[in-house]
Design a protein around this ligand. Structure first.
Ligand code: NCD
Length: 360
């Protein structure tokens, strides 16, 4: 049974552990209403989303199919509220909305919005909810999407929020597209079970790592290896979850040994925008945590290389042509899985299944 976020005080809700928060965020049929955390997605829901994304991408291949999809959510408008830099997440959400016929508006620069005049975030978001039916938001603040979801659910115009990246904390839709990429890549290789996923780079401040690490715990016996220089190693809160769930994991700085055991290598950028002092990240020796041609030679033949992008120099471009380099396909997968998420949020999953069954 889903509980309503409107029936709980903010102080009570915000103090709950994540696993207890999730039931307040789902619709009664199990679809997400607000999408805020990776913890909202279990094995069954991930499977449902991946199936829907596969159907959507198949339907979209023909003109009549694309036209069918573009009629599904024409009665809704989405606001993209991005107060942090973004190219692909922003564009993939815009594209996902376009595929379903959702019209979009955007605020990307708070210097030209009323926040510049001193308006609170709460008031800004309530303003958006007067004109739109969904808010997709990216912010540097950790808990803001969660708080806004509560504010909206307790307003006279409750509308859903999708978290498109919240500080260093969570990036649930990136984790969805990462899981979707892994599922597709291992479709003919025994599925996403008994695999080793190697995370490398800035694991402390990378929100994509935090969200994906959690989602992977939904799959049986998926080992997680965390490869980073000590100051950028993954947080103990992430490890505590893995321990509690009995997931095999290890922390190491031996990238080459980890690559030899990998089914997937997930590279990340050094997130120096979070440095406390200027040059803090630059002082860390990261040269052993990059993926070049030597690393490619160590990678097992059926393993894949992933990256949430944007990249700097942590994967050399010479690797791009290798069939195991999955990051460009991974990015396009993001458009399909976000389309599936929006379709599910607005309850048009069944119509898409029916169309697929009759036409594909
Ligand atoms: C990531 C992010 O914003 O966390 N980018 C993305 O959404 N694909 C990763 C990053 O910025 O390094």
């Amino acid at each position: 049974m889903s509980k309503r976020l409107a029936n709980i005080a903010w102080e009570t809700f915000s103090a709950l552990p994540l696993t207890e928060k999730t039931s307040f965020l789902m619709q009664s049929d199990g679809a997400p209403y607000h999408t805020l955390f990776a913890q909202q997605f279990d094995y069954a829901l991930l499977d449902q989303l991946a199936t829907l994304a596969n159907e959507i991408r198949a339907i979209a291949k023909t003109r009549v199919g694309a036209e069918f999809l573009s009629q599904q959510v024409t009665h809704k408008r989405a606001m993209l509220y991005f107060s942090q830099p973004s190219s692909r997440t922003f564009l993939s959400f815009v594209s996902a909305c376009q595929i379903l016929g959702v019209q979009t508006g955007e605020v990307r620069d708070t210097a030209i919005s009323s926040e510049f005049k001193g308006e609170s975030r709460e008031d800004s978001v309530r303003t958006f909810s007067s004109y739109f039916d969904l808010i997709i938001m990216r912010t540097p603040e950790k808990g803001l999407a969660e708080h806004m979801a509560w504010v909206l659910s307790n307003s006279d115009r409750p509308i859903p929020i999708i978290n498109a990246g919240s500080g260093q904390d969570q990036h649930p839709t990136q984790a969805l597209l990462d899981i979707y990429t892994l599922l597709r890549s291992f479709e003919r290789g025994g599925g996403l079970r008994d695999k080793t996923v190697v995370f490398c780079g800035d694991l402390l401040r990378g929100r994509t790592v935090r969200s994906l690490s959690y989602l992977l715990t939904n799959y049986p016996n998926v080992r997680q290896l965390f490869v980073a220089p000590e100051p950028l190693q993954v947080g103990t809160d992430v490890l505590a979850i893995l321990e509690q769930k009995g997931v095999p994991f290890a922390r190491t700085d031996d990238f080459h040994a980890a690559i030899r055991e990998a089914d997937a290598v997930y590279m990340t950028r050094i997130q120096d925008e979070w440095d406390n002092a200027k040059g803090e990240s630059a002082a860390i020796d990261t040269h052993r945590f990059k993926f070049g041609l030597d690393e490619l030679a160590l990678l097992p033949p059926r393993a894949i290389i992933m990256h949430p992008l944007p990249r700097r120099d942590e994967i050399v471009t010479a690797v791009d042509g290798d069939p195991r380099a999955m990051y460009w396909r991974q990015m396009r997968n993001g458009m399909w899985i976000r389309t599936a998420l929006i379709a599910m949020t607005f309850g048009c999953e069944k119509r898409i299944h029916d169309y697929f069954r009759h036409n594909n």
